[in-house]
Design a protein around this ligand. Structure first.
Ligand code: SF4
Ligand code: SF4
Length: 79
């Protein structure tokens, strides 16, 4: 599946992506079990840092539920 692009400057830290991802992976709302990680930056222009763990398979659920445009994904492989 196409990789997910990050625009951390748009991230509001709402954690909806983590919650939706964990619901898919472990059938429960548990941000610690998500394959996407949102962390607050201490000294950076962007307030939040977004990263993915090895468990991410680019399913795109987090992209669909991010209301702030911080996550995007090419639908057709980006060709
Ligand atoms: S693409 Fe899917 S597996 Fe990867 S972080 Fe988003 S919801 Fe989780
Ligand atoms: S990436 Fe989107 S859904 Fe996830 S915390 Fe940031 S604004 Fe919220």
């Amino acid at each position: 599946m196409p990789q997910i692009k990050i625009d951390a400057a748009r991230c509001a830290g709402c954690l909806t992506c983590e919650l939706r991802c964990s619901l898919r992976l472990v059938k429960a709302f548990n941000t610690a079990k998500a394959a996407i990680e949102i962390r607050r930056n201490v000294q950076s222009a962007d307030e939040y840092r977004i990263s993915f763990t090895d468990r991410c398979d680019s399913c795109g659920i987090c992209v669909r539920y991010c209301s702030y445009g911080a996550l995007t994904q090419e639908k057709n492989g980006g060709i």
